[in-house]
Design a protein around this ligand. Structure first.
Ligand SMILES: *Cc1c(COP(=O)(O)O)cnc(C)c1O
Length: 219
């Protein structure tokens, strides 16, 4: 199936309230353009340099999402254009994003990454830490950054029960925090291998890469 066919399949299958982020990391610009011509406008990348190269040459109405781990010293490169940063895991990083957004006279939307997987290698903070950030005076004084939701990655396993448990846990954190912070609207969970479970558990943003663009050779 072509990239356009794959996209069509997801558009038909995903509920209307679920946004599709096409994860295009490592893929050439021609592949992104094929997806763009099929109507896709939200693309996700995990390396700032690669995303910036693509942003510079591809159509300007693309909404670029950074889904990878972000180093503070690199925030400045994406601050002029990034649409959503999925994996924020500290107040220090939010502070840097706020500073760079201010320089560009814009506001940048972010998600807090919650660690729900068992693997040590996965990033993220606890529900308690997320609450601390959102309730802090430091965060409340940031005028150019806005936390609009949460993101999480489940354990990489064949065990659907485990995955479901982790996504349900993240949904419950999201629902609880939303009561106090109504600006939280986005729950980014689900990838090629587990998006069905994620949507069943209440995700409203899925990040799908290989199932649209084909397998990656690295990353
Ligand atoms: C690569 C990546 C994805 C997409 O993974 P696929 O399994 O190819 O769908 C989703 N989210 C993040 C954070 C990623 O780094």
């Amino acid at each position: 199936m072509s990239i356009a066919d794959n996209l069509k399949k997801y558009k038909a299958e995903l509920p209307e309230n679920v946004q599709l982020v096409a994860i295009s990391k490592t893929k050439p610009k021609e592949d992104l353009l094929e997806a763009y011509n099929a109507g896709q406008r939200i693309f996700g990348e995990n390396k700032i340099q690669e995303m910036t190269d693509k942003w510079e040459t591809l159509p300007k109405d693309i909404n670029w999402h950074m889904v990878g781990h972000v180093q503070r010293n690199k925030v400045k490169y994406m601050a002029p254009y990034v649409g959503l940063i999925h994996a924020v895991d500290s107040l220090k990083l939010l502070k840097e994003i706020n500073k760079e957004a201010q320089k560009n006279e814009r506001s940048i939307k972010c998600l807090l990454q919650i660690k729900i997987a068992e693997e040590e290698s996965k990033f993220g903070i606890s529900a308690e830490e997320a609450k601390e950030i959102l309730s802090s005076d430091t965060y409340k004084n940031f005028e150019n950054v806005e936390v609009v939701g949460l993101m999480g990655m489940a354990t990489f396993t064949e065990d659907d029960t485990q995955v479901k448990k982790e996504f349900s846990y993240l949904k419950s954190i999201f629902d609880t925090l939303k009561e106090t912070y109504p600006k939280l609207k986005t729950l980014s969970m689900g990838m090629s291998g587990d998006y069905k479970i994620a949507v069943a558990c209440g995700s409203n943003m899925v990040r799908i890469g290989s199932a649209i663009f084909g397998e990656r050779n690295y990353n």
